[in-house]
Design a protein around this ligand. Structure first.
Ligand code: FES
Length: 195
């Protein structure tokens, strides 16, 4: 699998940082989150100019699947639930947790339910089992100790990584929680939907 170059990863990180720049609380609107995180598998017709003539040509865009991953009523504070998203491919494992405090991108009555991919953005260290309820963080990574703040879109608290942990975008439909997108590039992928 082709790994993104360091330069490309840095550029994407910068773009992500620009999107989530701001304060400590929920840093972007839900609409902005959807607009920046969605890709789509659908064929659309786009206009192309060829000389004086304008032609309609098909173009492929991709979209994230909508996958039910938990029930709100079954969540307990600071007890993570594991899931796999956006596919069954490499590095798709993630966790959902009700933190008990509001988080950026959080859903539910208290906006405290968030979800993240489990793989450290530095070199892919596995973060399973590393959630800390007292600090609402994931880590330290077993490889080089990176730790991520889940209340602030997975931004790095400390360690070797320079990119936030990919956040899984959630939607609440009644009592059902759906994963509907990923914000940030999953480790080991050049495209989140090409796992
Ligand atoms: S792989 Fe996680 S800090 Fe290096």
């Amino acid at each position: 699998m082709t790994q993104p170059t360091k330069k490309l990863r840095k550029k994407r990180q910068k773009t992500d940082a620009q999107r989530i720049e701001g304060g400590k609380k929920c840093l972007m609107s839900r609409r902005a989150f959807l607009l920046t995180s969605g890709t789509a598998t659908a064929t659309v017709m786009v206009a192309m100019n060829a000389g004086d003539a304008e032609a309609q040509v098909p173009a492929q865009i991709a979209t994230y699947p909508r996958k039910k991953i938990a029930k709100l009523s079954e969540l307990e504070n600071d007890v993570p639930i594991d899931f796999v998203y956006p596919d069954e491919g490499a590095y798709a494992e993630g966790m959902l947790v009700k933190m008990g405090v509001e988080g950026g991108g959080g859903i539910g009555p208290d906006k405290d339910v968030v979800a993240f991919n489990y793989f450290c953005t530095h070199q892919g260290g596995p973060l399973m089992g590393s959630y800390k309820g007292d600090t609402k963080s994931l880590g330290a990574c077993p490889l080089h100790l990176s730790t991520y703040d889940l209340t602030r879109h997975g931004i790095l608290i400390s360690g070797q990584a320079y990119q936030s942990l990919p956040q899984v975008l959630l939607e609440l439909d009644g009592d059902d929680i759906y994963a509907v997108g990923v914000f940030g590039l999953i480790f080991g992928r050049y495209d989140n939907l090409q796992g």
